[in-house]
Design a protein around this ligand. Structure first.
Ligand code: SAH
Length: 366
């Protein structure tokens, strides 16, 4: 039910190849319609805290790679993170996303588990983690501490390109992690960058189809932006001459994955200042991740250049998203906005059979 089978590789490639402005607009409209029909008009707000930029890896594209010595490394302490979490609840944000670079240690894993437990005990937030490849038992530990979801983009479905970009990892290892997360019952997010140097339309099509094959609960995708202090600093985005192709990729991802949460990622605003994320919301996206990272640290978490709102506070980002949504005529998602397959009613929502006609029994009233 969740996966729409009619999009095969040839059809996806045809959609990705649209050139005429009119055809692109028709595709965007179709994606918006599917988003409305399958996910509704509510936009789920997931506040993101970039809690550490320490990283042992050297991904060729990433501004916080280990070899970039221009970065001042930081880690927020738990009290500060908990304070940020508590503030999210008052502004319609029902999930906290904790993201960081990758400097794993067993003590760090255990400490993160304790933090997840505290956030779950002390707030009503769902918790998402995005801290990279870890062994299955670590994911299991975090799940047992109350973790709801995990984001781990596969970045590209092409094994050769993946290996070139990641000196520390290969694609099969990344897919092993995604499989572990899924089999542990965590809501699992994957995704990819659009326009990596060396990316062809065929690779892009396979990225989108891999999302469906993995049956992802969330898909994060956004433009690749060359960071000057990385080995790809002088490379160009593969679609530099036709930046709208990033929205084409988003729209096709929505058509092929109709029931998946798809955020309007910040990188869209970096490529299209002021408008990128709004356009993403009307071209397939149904989630927004306002930044809650403290202002003093935002400039130290530059994965790519042009990141917006570096001198804004979390409160300003919270206000900004609410005004974006009202401009677009969209509402704020109520409840945690879990994966569709886990949909549970929240207080006040009546039990109804699944409107999609899925064969799970009517859900109980909370
Ligand atoms: N260490 C975590 C978090 C990575 S940051 C992990 O590996 O999962 C989140 C995402 O930012 C990455 O998955 C990548 O897709 C994106 N990103 C990193 N550098 C980028 C760049 N130069 N341009 C666009 N997106 C980038």
């Amino acid at each position: 039910m969740r996966a729409q089978k009619r999009w095969d590789r040839k059809a996806v490639l045809e959609l990705l190849g649209v050139r005429a402005t009119r055809d692109k607009q028709a595709l965007f409209d179709q994606a918006d319609t599917v988003r409305r029909e399958r996910m509704g008009d509510a936009v789920y707000l997931r506040g993101i805290v970039e809690f550490s930029n320490s990283c042992a890896n050297d991904c060729l594209y990433c501004g916080i790679r280990a070899a970039n010595h221009r970065v001042a490394r930081y880690r927020l302490d738990d009290a500060e993170i908990l304070d940020l979490a508590r503030r999210m609840e008052g502004v319609g944000q029902t999930t906290i996303v904790l993201q960081s670079g990758e400097a794993p240690s067993r003590e760090g894993d255990a400490a993160l588990g304790r933090l997840i437990g505290r956030i779950k005990a002390e707030t009503g937030l769902a918790v998402t983690l995005s801290v990279g490849n870890r062994p299955r038992d670590v994911y299991a530990l975090w799940r047992d501490c109350g973790l709801d979801r995990y984001l781990l983009r596969f970045e590209t479905s092409d094994p050769t390109l993946f290996a070139h970009l990641h000196p520390d990892c290969d694609l099969s290892e990344r897919l092993r992690c995604l499989g572990d997360l899924r089999s542990l019952g965590l809501q699992t997010g994957g995704g990819f960058m659009v326009g990596l140097p060396g990316e062809t339309l065929e690779i892009l099509a396979d990225n989108i189809l891999l999302c469906r094959e993995l049956d992802l609960d969330m898909i994060g995708l956004g433009p690749f932006l060359p960071h000057p202090d990385t080995p790809l600093g002088r490379s160009q985005n593969a679609y530099a001459l036709d930046p709208d192709r990033h929205f084409v990729a988003l729209a096709v991802t929505r058509l092929v994955n109709p029931d998946t949460h798809i955020p309007a990622t910040t990188a869209f605003d970096a490529l299209f200042p002021g408008t990128g994320r709004n356009l993403a919301l009307i071209r397939g996206a149904n989630v927004f991740m306002p930044s809650a990272t403290p202002v003093a640290r935002r400039g130290d978490y530059l994965l790519y250049p042009g990141k917006p709102c570096l001198d804004e506070t979390g409160e300003a980002c919270a206000r900004c998203v609410l005004s974006r949504l009202s401009t677009l005529g969209r509402t704020v998602g109520q409840g945690p906005g879990h994966a569709r397959r886990l949909d549970r009613p929240w207080p006040g929502q009546p039990a109804t059979p699944c409107p999609e006609g899925c064969d799970h029994p009517p859900l109980p009233t909370a």
